[in-house]
Ligand binder design. Structure first.
Ligand code: COA
Length: 373
């Protein structure tokens, strides 16, 4: 079988960031305003009073301290509480494609690639800005890439599903070099008025260049094996779609934005992912001591602690299971790729690690890699 490698990754981080403190001040101003405006109905028991959020809870429950966003002002305005990202005319690059292109350019530069070297583009992300043309085709065009491109959405697991799809195209001989791009503008699908989840997400773009190992540059990452899994669950859901475009979103009808049963997700996904990793390790004859690093999906620090403990048989050190949650929050499919991108430079030839994602679907993906010479 054709050997496949990750040649390079790229990262685009938005310029604006929101700390937990700033977020909670805005949320609590919204709560006060809502409770004041609805004081009579609340007193009559018709409307439930809203409870304030707290920075202590957020950090303890999730490990998140801040998040990057595309529009801080709109999110922090208690009267708006969502990003205001102006629509662009059709002859301008769309904002999601722009984010993807910025990340892709870094991955391409690191691998020494021009557009003409790449055969296909996958835009793998949890939300697409529009129905069509595919975001991937716009990104392909902006980068001067010939060949084919398409979008794929497997929520938080989009990047690992994209890596396996790219690797399969290469193994089948359809492509030699495939760019997987993950523009995640999660601030657009987060309900910033929902106390249970308003702190969860941030915006970012990542890119992964997957190539035939024999053309990959030095310092690339051999893909040892990939595995994907899905299992239907309603515990993380977003009902926004083209069949309900007239339905109100936000207050009162929040199911057109991100909703979840966080505790159930925690309880059900931790064992599912740990078992999947251990099963894949057994297939690849890998022992815990063979793994130098776990670049896990970045949704919740406590989940990652439990998963890495089950995999290694002991608690992982921060070096073994790096987190970017504190700075980036949950960036959906991009999270494990940011962790990989920022925490792989110290790895030596032969060192092995795991890129792992999990999330809505449920979906999970494991990609074992080894640093090449
Ligand atoms: N500020 C203060 N308190 C809050 C709060 C907030 N923003 N949000 C909830 N609370 C309170 C709740 O009211 C509850 O209080 P109670 O015990 O008096 O009823 C308490 O904190 C615990 O709430 P709970 O929702 O059970 O918290 P948790 O410890 O389970 O953490 C999550 C919540 C969402 C962070 C956690 O369950 C999680 O990360 N789950 C996995 C989510 C995930 O990976 N999703 C994938 C997304 S793609």
């Amino acid at each position: 079988m054709t050997a496949v490698a990750i040649s390079a990754t790229g990262l685009f981080t938005p310029a604006q960031s929101i700390t937990n403190e700033e977020l909670v001040v805005a949320f609590n101003a919204y709560v006060e305003r809502f409770n004041a405006e609805n004081a009579a109905a609340i007193a009559d028991g018709v409307v439930a009073a809203l409870a304030p959020s707290s920075t202590e809870f957020i950090e303890k429950a999730s490990g998140i301290k801040a998040r990057y966003v595309m529009d801080k002002a709109g999110i922090l305005d208690p009267a708006i509480m969502c990003p205001r990202i102006p629509e662009r005319p059709n002859d301008e690059i769309s904002v999601m494609a722009e984010l993807g292109v910025a990340a892709a350019k870094e991955a391409m530069a690191r691998a020494g690639r021009e557009g003409g070297d790449i055969d296909a583009v996958l835009c793998a992300a949890s939300n697409m800005q529009r129905a069509y043309p595919a975001m991937a085709v716009e990104i392909q065009h902006a980068l001067g890439i010939d060949g084919y491109a398409f979008d794929m959405n497997v929520a938080c697991s989009s990047a690992t599903f994209g890596i396996q799809t790219a690797a399969d195209f290469i193994r089948a001989g359809h492509a030699r070099s495939v760019l997987v791009v993950n523009p995640e503008i999660c601030s657009g699908h987060l309900n910033w008025r929902d106390r249970d989840s308003h702190f969860i997400f941030g915006d970012v773009g990542t890119a992964i260049l997957v190539e035939r190992a024999d053309i990959a540059p030095s310092g690339s990452w051999a893909i040892l094996g990939t595995k994907l899994k899905t299992k239907f669950s309603n515990n993380i859901r977003n009902n926004f779609g083209f069949l309900n475009r007239a339905a109100p979103s936000g207050e009162g009808k929040p199911d057109k934005l991100f909703i979840q049963e966080g505790r159930k997700v925690f309880k059900e996904v931790v064992p599912m992912v740990a078992d999947m990793i251990l099963g894949h390790m057994a297939e690849l004859n890998l022992q815990p001591e063979n793994l130098r690093r776990l670049w896990l999906h970045q949704a919740n620090a406590n989940m990652n602690r439990l998963i890495s403990e089950r995999v290694l048989g002991r608690e992982a050190t921060p070096q073994e299971s790096p987190t970017v949650l504190d700075e980036y929050a949950n960036t959906s499919s991009a999270g494990s790729i940011i962790a990989f991108h920022k925490h792989c430079d110290d790895m030596q030839t032969g060192d092995r690690g795991l890129i792992c994602s999990f999330g809505a679907g449920y979906s999970a993906g494991t990609v074992f890699v080894a640093k090449a010479a």
